[in-house]
Write a protein that binds this ligand. Sequence first.
Ligand code: URA
Length: 209
Amino acid sequence: MDNLTIVEHPLIQHKLTLMRRADTATADFRRLLREISMLLAYEISRDLPLTTQRIHTPLMVMDAPTLTGKKLCFVSILRAGNGLLDGMLDLLPSARVGHIGLYRDPKTLVAVEYYYKVPSDLAERLTIVVDPMLATGNSAIAGVERLRQGGARQMKYLCLLAAPEGVRAFSTAHPDVPIVTAALDERLNDHGYILPGLGDAGDRLYGTK
Ligand code: URA
């Protein structure tokens, strides 16, 4: 699991525990996901390239650090991926945003695409693919594969929770795409849900169950 980073910051871990609790209300779940995603975006943007620009402080001129290169693109895997976008955009408001619609066939658990809309210049952008749950890895693998076909060259995968099965499958399919997550859970159940997990992230985020 060389390309897996678990962000063990105490704030993230505490907020994640609140999210896991079955009695956490929809509004709190949504707010916590927004807060955690901002902290995860901080971690994932840690190696963005810097240059300097000459500025005037009130006291003198200095060459001050400033981000360089093309902006990022966040790609949400619908629908639960959208829950990560607001917090990330709070931190990186100029990032472009793409969406991929993939649903899991309930019998085969294989990802089927129903929507795809991303910026046309993906090749020049660092693309961060986001989905809260890396479970079987099928949607993640299919999403990243689709983005490669669409021109993406440099990608990272950001999730809230990962299962060992999903990390293994994803890393085998896309060894060049680093995964950043808040926790690596125990395993999947027979329905492809992460244990102990937090249930269905989309349903908990949107209150649809
Ligand atoms: N998707 C979810 O929302 N939850 C899981 O545990 C697995 C996949």
